[in-house]
Design a protein around this ligand. Structure first.
Ligand code: GTP
Ligand code: MG
Length: 138
């Protein structure tokens, strides 16, 4: 079975959507392997978003991710990487489908960075890298 790294981003935590995101993960039949509320620092986030280094939204993204606590989770299940991204919906909440986490819960606030409630790893390689980064003891 696969594992993926899920983050409930600061907008999701601040707006009280932690329970709803975890409910959808559990309702789908996935298993929580690790779960933690934490404040991510600049170094962790720069590493987490290394693939976006140099893009104009990367610093606003890191600042947003430091604006409050996040919930980090390792989630396990058959094809969970693809499956969680399907639960999450597309990146831009304006067009994310209703029924998805972002389609239902995220708003376009017109800010410098897209605030879209959750993160999910996008490939087995990313998942392995991100899980090692956020949960080195696993
Ligand atoms: P994550 O699961 O958070 O990684 O989202 P994603 O895989 O759907 O998107 P991606 O990895 O491409 O981008 C990471 C995050 O950067 C997104 O979730 C957004 O918060 C932000 N972002 C991505 N693309 C843009 C963009 O074109 N403009 C702005 N302002 N923010 C962006
Ligand atoms: Mg991504």
């Amino acid at each position: 079975v696969q594992r993926t790294l899920v983050l409930v981003k600061p907008d999701g935590v601040a707006r009280g959507h932690v329970g709803e995101v975890l409910r959808r993960i559990e309702a789908k039949g996935y298993t929580l392997v690790a779960l933690e509320l934490r404040e991510a620092d600049e170094a962790l986030l720069a590493e987490h978003y290394a693939e976006h280094a140099g893009k104009p939204f990367v610093q606003p993204l890191i600042d947003f991710m430091r604006s409050g606590p996040v919930v980090a989770a390792v989630v396990e299940g058959q094809r969970v990487i693809e499956g969680f991204r399907s639960l999450a919906g597309t990146t831009d909440p304006t067009t994310a489908a209703p029924g998805t986490i972002r389609g239902d819960l995220a708003r376009d606030w017109g800010r410098k960075v897209i605030e879209n409630v959750v993160h999910g790893s996008d490939s087995p390689e990313s998942a392995a890298r991100e899980i090692a980064l956020w949960f080195p003891a696993l």
